[in-house]
Design a protein around this ligand. Structure first.
Ligand code: AMP
Length: 352
C-alpha cells in the first residue's frame, strides 16, 4: 500500500491528469506530472513537474526517483522507454497501454476475449483499402491505427470511388464498416489490486464531429438491456490484463447487441460526471486503486446526471453557466479556446 503523503507520478499533463491530481490531493497525496508540454494544466495543480519528452529515459528515471507509484492520463505514451521506470510500480501495467495503443491489435485482442467489434481490416496502401472495401463494404471509416483521438485521424468513406481518390497518409490504417447504432455508451470500471471490480452507472454518450459532446446517466432501457453483456466483456478484459485502475470501454448500441468500439486504459471523459454524480469519482477510485487502498462506492448520487463538454469558445459562456445554481462548472485552465479543444465541462444533477 502507498500511504497518503507519498508522491504519485502522472505521465501526461492535460485535464485528466489535472483531475487525478486534484482527487489525489484530497486524499493527502502529492503529485508529480511528467509531460512534454511546458504549459501543463495538470502541473499547475501539482507539487512537482518534469518537462521532458516521453522517450527521454534519463528524465524518466529521475522522475521515478521522486515517485512511490506512477500512472498515466494519456495512453499514447511510448511503451519502450517506460523500462526506465522499472523500480517503481506502474499502474496500469504497460501491457494495457500496448493493447489499447493500436486500434487493430485492440480489436483483435478484445474479439479474442468474446467482444464483437465492427468488421475491420488493416490498410497500408490504396490496394489494401480497395480490398477492405470489397470485403467489408461501404460506407465505412478509415482510421489511423495509432495516435488518433477526438475524431482526428479519421476519414468517412462513402464509396469505393471516393476511397480511390483519397490521398492516403503514410501511416498504418484500419478500415471499419460503418455501424448503424441507435446510441453510444461506455462502461467505466475500476479494478483494485485485490481484483475487486466496481462499475459506475453506464452513461449514454453523444458525439459531435467525433468528439464527445454529452454524457448522461442513467441510460435508457434499450441501452440498459445491453449493459450486462458489455460489463461481462469489460471485466473479462480487465482480468486478462491483471488491470489496476480505471478502464473504459466505448460501445455502439445496435439492434444486434453491443458493438465494441475502443477501450481507454485510463479515466475517461464520459466519466467526468462521477465527480459530483457518483459517491466516489473515477479520479478518486483510480488513485485508491493504484495506491492499493480499498475502492469507494460508485453508486449514483442523484436520480439523473448530465455532463456537457465545453468545447472551443463555448467556454466563454461560463458566466451564464454559473448563474444557474444547479450547474457544477469545471474549467481546465487552458489558455486558448481553439475550435474542437476541450476547455471544461458542466455537470448537472437532477435530485428528484
Ligand atoms: P473513435 O475515435 O473510434 O471513438 O470514433 C469517434 C466517434 O466516431 C465514435 O464515437 C462514433 O460516433 C464515430 N464512429 C467511429 N467509428 C465508427 C464506426 N465504425 N461506425 C459508426 N460510427 C463510428
Amino acid at each position: 500500500m502507498i500511504p497518503p503523503g507519498e508522491t504519485i507520478g502522472i505521465l501526461g499533463g492535460g485535464q485528466l491528469g489535472r483531475m487525478i491530481a486534484m482527487a489525489a490531493a484530497q486524499l493527502g497525496y502529492r503529485c508529480h506530472i511528467y509531460a512534454p508540454e511546458a504549459d501543463s494544466i495538470a502541473a499547475e495543480v501539482s507539487a512537482g513537474f518534469t518537462h521532458a519528452a516521453f522517450d527521454d529515459t534519463q528524465a524518466l528515471s529521475r522522475f521515478a526517483e521522486d515517485c512511490a507509484v506512477i500512472t498515466y492520463e494519456f495512453e499514447n505514451v511510448p511503451v519502450a522507454p517506460l523500462a526506465a521506470l522499472a523500480n517503481v510500480p506502474l499502474h496500469p501495467a504497460p501491457d494495457a497501454l500496448e493493447a489499447a495503443q493500436d486500434r487493430l491489435n485492440e480489436k483483435r485482442f478484445v474479439a479474442q476475449l468474446g467482444g464483437k467489434p465492427a468488421p475491420f481490416a488493416p490498410v497500408d496502401s490504396a490496394e489494401s483499402l480497395s480490398a477492405a472495401i470489397a470485403e467489408i463494404g461501404a460506407p465505412g471509416i478509415l482510421k489511423t491505427r495509432r495516435d488518433g483521438y477526438d475524431g482526428k485521424g479519421q476519414w468517412r468513406i462513402a464509396s469505393a470511388q471516393q476511397a480511390a481518390a483519397l490521398d492516403l497518409p503514410a501511416q498504418d490504417l484500419i478500415y471499419e464498416g460503418f455501424v448503424n447504432f441507435f446510441a453510444e455508451f461506455s462502461v467505466i470500471l475500476c479494478r483494485g489490486q485485490d481484483g475487486d471490480v466496481r462499475f459506475w452507472e453506464t452513461p449514454e454518450n453523444v458525439h459531435e464531429g467525433g468528439i464527445l459532446a454529452r454524457s448522461a446517466v442513467p441510460a435508457d432501457a434499450r441501452i440498459a438491456a445491453l449493459v450486462p453483456q458489455a460489463r461481462a466483456l469489460a471485466s473479462h478484459v480487465a482480468e486478462a490484463l491483471g488491470y489496476v485502475g480505471v478502464l473504459t470501454f466505448e460501445f455502439f448500441a445496435t439492434e444486434d447487441g453491443a458493438v465494441f468500439n475502443e477501450m481507454a486504459p485510463r479515466v475517461h471523459n464520459s466519466g467526468h460526471w462521477t465527480i459530483e454524480g457518483a459517491l466516489t469519482s473515477q479520479f478518486e477510485n483510480h488513485v485508491r486503486a493504484i495506491c492499493g487502498l480499498p475502492l469507494g462506492d460508485t453508486a449514483l448520487a442523484a436520480k439523473r446526471v448530465e455532463m456537457c463538454n465545453l468545447i472551443g469558445d463555448t467556454v466563454n459562456d461560463w458566466r451564464a453557466i454559473l448563474s444557474d445554481p444547479a450547474n457544477h462548472l469545471h474549467l481546465y485552465g487552458k489558455a486558448a479556446a481553439r475550435p474542437g479543444r476541450k476547455m471544461g465541462h458542466v455537470t448537472r444533477l437532477v435530485l428528484e
